[in-house]
Design a protein around this ligand. Structure first.
Ligand SMILES: [Zn+2]
Length: 386
């Protein structure tokens, strides 16, 4: 050993050896401790995929498989860069180099809308959305769709489009084992009369799979107030209400959604801390937040260097759930959002378990149908997360 110089006394040599053994023992202990901590605390993507999950906020129009898009673009000879799949992908999916802005995020829908050209395709993408959720171990899903967006390309009657989605979702539920319910979406930037028509058709289908009504669209520029009558009527008829708010607009939109439009749930709501009254109101009413972290970063609602308010919302006592928003546009599955929350935002596994249970409890399923599903979900989650 290099540090034992010739001429060192045996006593000094023994002392050096003793110190070296102590150091070695200390280093090995630290290494083993760190290894144990890593094994215990870090979980793989496969682990999050294996957990039973609940999704409350997923848009059908943002759930098209890339393989389906490519296949249809070829079959129909669409004026798209078919021979260059990476370019086509960039038109429908957020890329790393894309600017994190709402304009860029929303631009992907423009290309996606070209594909809703037949009953067969609308039914196929609905089925594939449920199949993809099943492959990610989602047990309950509320899939929202915008009848106006699906009907636009071929001017399909709205009621027919809604019936196609219902029929396909129902069949897919049986085939893939994901309990699936539907939410009809209307846009703020479209007319109140369109919203009225869609809400009326949705109410007619209340016992046929559509259980909720959602207000989406350009939140920054278009207030929700003109839609008050539509949502109150739908609510009176038994429709459950969720409103996109506090995403591209401020916390006052969350207050308006709860107080004026009877929202039980808020899509996103990540700007809630801009107004302390919004926090108090949401806690008092038991409002649930459908939080979608990846979508928030990609659309620039949360800056790339900013901390997502997910943990702060939970700490404040708000009821929070984790969701994908548009899995195909964001190139994610719900398990990726769980991974992001726990492995990169330091959400404890126990808290993740609560957010998954929250999802079922805040679902628009009637209590009687929730109970059995919730018991088996909690049992399985407890087994997986000790
Ligand atoms: Zn959304």
């Amino acid at each position: 050993m290099a540090w034992l110089e010739r001429g060192d006394s045996p006593k000094k040599s023994n002392e050096i050896l003793r110190q070296f053994s102590e150091f070695l023992w200390y280093a090995i202990s630290i290494f083993l401790f760190q290894k144990t901590c890593m094994t215990e605390n870090s979980k793989t993507k496969e682990f999050y995929k294996s957990l039973p999950k609940v999704e409350l906020h997923r848009h059908l129009e943002g759930s098209l498989r890339l393989s389906t898009i490519l296949e249809l673009a070829h079959a129909w000879g669409l004026n798209l860069p078919i021979a260059d799949p990476p370019r086509l992908r960039a038109l429908v999916q957020v890329q790393k180099a894309d600017p994190p802005t709402s304009t860029n995020f929303l631009s992907k829908f423009e290309t996606l809308r070209l594909f809703f050209r037949s009953q067969e395709v609308i039914m196929r993408v609905t089925r594939e959305a449920v199949a993809d959720a099943a492959a990610d171990n989602v047990r309950y899903m509320e899939l929202r769709f915008t009848p106006v967006a699906l009907s636009k390309a071929q001017k399909f009657p709205l009621d027919e489009v809604m019936d196609w989605v219902i029929a396909s979702a129902r069949q897919a539920e049986q085939d893939f084992g994901v309990v699936t319910r539907l939410i009809a979406s209307v846009n703020r930037h479209e007319s109140v009369s369109i919203a009225e028509t869609v809400a009326g058709l949705a109410v007619d289908r209340l016992n046929n799979g559509i259980i909720g009504l959602d207000l989406a669209g350009a939140e920054g520029k278009f207030p929700a107030a003109p839609f008050e009558g539509v949502f109150k009527e739908a609510c009176k008829a038994g429709m459950r209400i969720t409103i996109h708010a506090g995403e591209w607009g401020g916390a006052e939109n969350i207050i308006e959604a709860i107080q004026t439009l009877n929202a039980e749930r808020i899509g996103h709501g990540v700007r809630i801390f801009e107004n302390p009254y919004a926090v108090d109101l949401a806690i008092e009413r038991g409002t649930t937040f459908e939080v979608c972290p990846t979508s928030n970063y990609q659309s620039g609602v949360i800056g790339p260097e900013d901390t997502h308010p997910l943990a702060r919302m939970i700490d404040a006592g708000l009821c929070v759930t984790l969701n994908t928003d548009d899995p195909s546009i964001s190139n994610i599955a719900l398990s990726d959002e769980c991974y992001l929350a726990c492995e990169q935002m330091a959400l404890p596994l126990d808290t993740l378990k609560t957010t998954i249970s929250n999802g079922l409890q805040a679902s628009f399923l009637p209590n009687s149908s929730q109970e059995k599903l919730l018991n088996s979900l909690n049992l399985e989650l407890t087994g997986a997360i000790q």
